[in-house]
Design a protein around this ligand. Sequence first.
Ligand SMILES: [Zn+2]
Length: 111
Amino acid sequence: MRVPTKSFCIGPASTVKAMMVQMDTTERVFTQNFKAGTHFECIEVDTLNKQPLQRVSIPLRSDKTLHFVASDEMSGWFYVITTTALGTGCSCKRPHCSHLETLRLAQVATA
Ligand SMILES: [Zn+2]
């Protein structure tokens, strides 16, 4: 492991920050529906250091279905997968995200 020595390492980079939720469930994947006008409560997590950073409350302007996929690194924590007109995205922001595939397989299994 490389040890950062430069001052630019202060604070987590945005690429290691992810919106996540903590849930007491043994399921790897679950889906929840939210009504317009409510707030979706999640937590911004530094996935590199596995530290929760801050609570985030996202107002929902329309009815929304969110999918949650368990993190492999942090047990009890889930990444948030949203589908919009632009496509489907995962909150982990990784270039090679495995969560969308996990969700797809889970949907196939329960279909
Ligand atoms: Zn992901």
